[in-house]
Write a protein that binds this ligand. Sequence first.
Ligand SMILES: Nc1ncnc2c1ncn2[C@@H]1O[C@H](COP(=O)(O)OP(=O)(O)OP(=O)(O)O)[C@@H](O)[C@H]1O
Ligand SMILES: [Mg+2]
Length: 238
Amino acid sequence: MARMDSSSKSSADIAVVASDVDYAYGTDANPKPILRSVDLTLARGEFVILTGPSGAGKTTLMTLIGALRSVQKGSIKVLGTELARLPAAGQRDVRRRIGFIFQDHNLFDALTAFQTLRLAMELAEKRPSYDEALSRAGDLMAALGMEKHLHARPGELSTGQKQRVAIARALINDPSLILADEPTASLDQGSAGAVIDIIRDRIVRAGAAALMVTHDTRLFSVADRVVRMEDGRVVEPS
Ligand SMILES: Nc1ncnc2c1ncn2[C@@H]1O[C@H](COP(=O)(O)OP(=O)(O)OP(=O)(O)O)[C@@H](O)[C@H]1O
Ligand SMILES: [Mg+2]
């Protein structure tokens, strides 16, 4: 799918273009350079795996693309919006169209899976009715093999089940871009494969793109491309 050379892509086909991105932590007086001249393009409908050693800068790049931190140098265009110098309100609009999945599920202890998903749906532009929310949440949880746990709180769920609720939360509003940082780290091989299938199904169906960080080489075959980072640089672009 969606394997195009960059010269044939129109801007409508492109989900993310990062060009010549540098990023440093620390202070202006004492910067700690991390990303160096990073270029990365994701087409719509494309599933790209980002890999590389610990400390290479993968999470830093993901959070920049997700408008969770500000661009310092270079350009990052996400779903048609340039993030460099974008005001906070514009950053929020971009974030709304992205489904985030992190290694740590970040669920609220007091909320059931359905309440978590309903809250996510209420933050979307078009709020569904209760019945519609229940039906959408039920369908997605079932697709994730979680139909029995729709009304369970995190304390009643295993690590892998909690992660699937977090994945459902990321997918419930049909995001145009999915950013997943080691989403399958707490899952066994079978559940990891099922999760990837769900993400892939959403991507193909909705024309969304996905960027997933993983160290698990067994998952590489499901990606359209594998991009490798080392020491703040992309060393293996497509
Ligand atoms: N908030 C921060 N302040 C200062 N340095 C940071 C911060 N976050 C990350 N770093 C440093 O930036 C570098 C890149 O970190 P990053 O988390 O992007 O790597 P990563 O490729 O995601 O690694 P891992 O595979 O371990 O998750 C590391 O040297 C890390 O110590
Ligand atoms: Mg990381």
